[in-house]
Design a protein around this ligand. Structure first.
Ligand code: HEC
Ligand code: HEC
Ligand code: HEC
Ligand code: HEC
Ligand code: HEC
Ligand code: HEC
Length: 507
């Protein structure tokens, strides 16, 4: 048998198994890599096999081949009449040895090539959003879905969660192992908590792309709303947001002032919603201390509490995982004309259905598909007949809103994680700027409505058309509650079902 002679010592079961493993793995790696290259499809489990399982198989196979050969050779050497030297003799004048050597060199090159391509791709793969967001399908679903609808949808998970540099890569993969274990054995928390304890400091990650030192001027933003009335009347608040100047310059003014100055605070809860104490390091080095006048901390409590220096994430804590309230989602759907604004009470009815609790996505979807058409069939028979297509389409849009903002399997919904950027649904800026945080001398952290933004114009049912407003006009008269209460006291529910709303929304 020529093959047997050629294989020499490698003609044994261990080496044979090794060879089969190595050849199969090589075939599979090449096959799957070209499949991915040709189709452009990246599948999480396929990736896990192509980049980790098969290369592992290849390496084990390649270890088994010489191991088997070595064992056979050792066994034969121990035979008394065998004249085998302790080390192999390499004589290139023997054609067999020459061929073997050539084979060995070529095989090594191919092996090194395959393993390096696979490990390079493997590294890339562990950095990909497919890996982070889809492999642990159920667990990361809310974050992955919310991220893919955010302004950062083209920024990879790792650019915020790991950032540049090898040290953080290793750190992240170690904590990744723990998470993998948690997913496999279902020991992960029911709802992933924030803030994440070991998130890389924002200034290493965000500042990789955003450079606050270079920020300038303000930003105009229009907030679109639609009234919960029969006409779904459009409302618009056109504001200039005073983002502010270069924080490290002489003229550090405006919202980004907080990162030019050292602002330290104490939070008494994990989500950092309760902030009883704030300290500002002034330019001359003196410290100004503000205390919540309603729930002040004692000197000892201040001394022993953990303090945090404000950074980007104290305001921009949801740059990528943005969940939106049903009301806001409906507003956006109207504004983008994704949904027919002429369907009577559509906003009110849809928000009401969306804000009910559901145990499963399917249950919510079925309820939307049933109740929305039923509402029109019962209350507006003519609309129900004439606008059947529009109503059917509204069902799809409302189901999509549910899909993107509610994740019953992880007990996550739009209001699980407070967003600190404004002050509408959650206290946000008003955690400190509520008019109740004061220094001992009585200086207040301002709640002046014109400090952070200026109203440029506003459109609303209770504002006569064409009238120029300079101050925000609330759609229902709530008196000086507008200034005294926090907006979130009434608006946290996310719908129109707000205290005091009864007189207005009577349908
Ligand atoms: C633009 C930056 C950015 C990107 C991109 C990003 N994240 Fe996040 N992520 C954050 C921040 C900031 C937090 C909240 C941290 C905090 O509050 O302490 C967070 C929180 C999380 C949490 C904790 C639960 C939660 O919702 O707060 C998970 C899980 C998560 N991210 C996964 C992912 C995955 C998976 C991807 C990619 C599909 C991703 N992230 C992309 C910035 C980002
Ligand atoms: C890899 C680059 C990158 C990183 C890292 C990054 N961003 Fe961004 N960010 C962008 C880009 C690009 C946009 C612009 C998106 C657009 O306008 O379409 C953006 C937009 C934004 C916006 C404006 C969003 C809006 O509604 O207009 C904010 C705020 C922001 N990023 C904050 C952050 C914060 C906070 C972090 C750190 C947790 C961060 N970014 C990390 C690239 C990045
Ligand atoms: C005190 C709260 C606060 C802090 C701290 C903060 N920001 Fe902002 N930032 C804001 C607000 C408010 C806006 C305007 C948001 C809006 O209009 O939706 C904004 C706007 C931005 C924008 C969008 C600018 C534009 O013109 O659209 C970027 C990017 C941004 N911030 C990045 C950062 C980064 C990076 C950090 C940390 C170095 C940071 N911010 C720290 C509150 C803050
Ligand atoms: C942890 C507490 C805290 C939070 C949260 C906070 N601020 Fe402040 N902010 C302060 C303090 C303290 C000052 C300084 C008050 C003073 O010197 O009069 C300040 C000052 C300001 C100023 C005036 C800066 C200047 O030009 O002198 C603006 C504008 C501002 N904040 C906007 C915001 C916005 C917008 C948010 C929410 C996105 C926010 N702040 C959240 C503590 C906070
Ligand atoms: C400390 C800064 C700050 C103060 C003080 C402040 N706001 Fe705001 N406000 C913001 C920021 C930041 C946003 C933008 C949030 C965003 O981009 O989503 C905002 C958004 C708004 C909006 C639009 C909300 C929406 O979603 O339609 C209204 C209305 C508003 N503010 C009214 C007021 C009124 C009234 C007061 C005075 C009682 C006030 N604000 C005081 C920072 C402030
Ligand atoms: C005492 C309760 C209460 C407080 C406090 C309150 N609101 Fe309202 N708000 C309501 C009610 C009720 C409605 C619903 C009326 C409607 O939509 O016709 C409403 C509606 C709104 C709307 C229109 C929403 C939409 O989808 O059309 C905006 C914008 C608004 N409020 C802003 C604010 C801001 C900003 C603050 C804080 C400065 C605030 N509200 C404080 C009760 C309150």
């Amino acid at each position: 048998m020529a093959l047997k002679k050629y294989a020499g010592y490698a003609w044994n079961l261990i080496s044979l198994v090794g060879m089969i493993l190595a050849v199969t793995a090589t075939g599979l790696i090449i096959g799957f890599l070209s499949y991915e290259g040709i189709t452009g499809v990246e599948k999480p489990y396929l990736g896990l096999m192509t980049y980790f399982l098969f290369p592992g198989m290849l390496i084990v196979g390649l270890i088994l081949v010489p191991l088997g050969a070595y064992l056979v050779r050792e066994k034969r050497r121990r035979h008394p009449e065998a004249e085998i030297h302790p080390f192999p003799t390499v004589d290139f004048n023997e054609p067999h040895k020459r061929h073997m050597f050539l084979f060995f060199v070529i095989a090594s090159i191919i092996f090194v090539l395959i393993v390096s391509v696979a490990s390079l791709k493997g590294y890339e793969f562990t950095e990909s959003t497919t890996f982070c967001g889809e492999l642990c399908h159920v667990v990361m679903e809310p974050e992955h879905v919310a991220w893919s609808n955010s302004p950062h949808a083209k920024v990879k998970c790792v650019e915020c969660h790991v950032g540049p540099g090898a040290a953080w890569y290793v750190k992240a993969k170690i904590s990744g192992m723990r998470q993998l274990y948690a997913v496999l054995f279902k020991t992960y928390p029911e709802t992933i908590g924030t803030p994440i304890d070991n998130l890389r400091p924002a200034r290493d990650t965000c500042e990789h792309c955003h450079w606050p030192e270079k920020f300038y001027a303000g930003r105009q933003k229009v907030f679109y709303h639609y009234a919960p009335n029969e006409e779904n009347s459009p409302r618009e608040i056109n504001m200039l947001i005073n983002i502010g100047g270069t924080p490290k310059s002489e003229h550090a003014k405006g919202i980004h002032w907080h990162i030019g100055q050292e602002v330290t605070y104490i939070a008494t809860d994990r989500q950092r919603l309760n902030i009883p104490y704030i300290a500002v390091k002034e330019k001359d080095g003196t410290i100004t201390e503000y205390m919540d006048s309603e729930k002040p901390l004692s000197k000892e409590e201040v001394a022993k509490s953990q303090k945090r220096v404000m950074d980007c994430l104290d305001c921009h804590n949801r740059p990528a995982h943005i969940y939106r309230a049903p009301g806001i989602e409906m507003d956006e759907a109207f504004a983008a004309r994704r949904i027919d604004g002429s369907l009577p009470y559509l906003k009110k009815v849809a928000v009401e259905i969306l804000t009910r609790p559901y145990a499963k996505k399917e249950e919510a979807k079925a309820t939307i598909a049933k109740e929305l058409p039923e509402y029109y069939a019962k209350n507006y028979p003519a609309v129900s007949k004439g606008k059947q297509k529009e109503i059917d389409h509204a069902v799809v849009v409302v189901q999509d809103i549910y899909n993107r903002n509610f994740f019953p399997s992880m007990k996550v919904s739009w209001n699980t994680y407070p967003n600190h950027i404004g002050h509408f649904y959650t206290p946000g800026c008003f955690r400190c700027h509520d008019g109740k945080h004061k220094t001992a001398a009585g200086k207040v952290i301002s709640k002046d409505c014109n400090m952070c933004h200026t109203v440029l114009s506003q459109k609303q049912e209770n504002i006569p058309a064409g009238k120029q407003v300079k101050e925000f006009v609330h759609p229902v008269d709530i008196g000086d509650e507008l200034f005294k209460a926090n907006c979130s006291d009434c608006h946290a529910a996310g719908g129109e079902d707000v205290p005091g709303g009864e007189q207005h929304a009577k349908h």
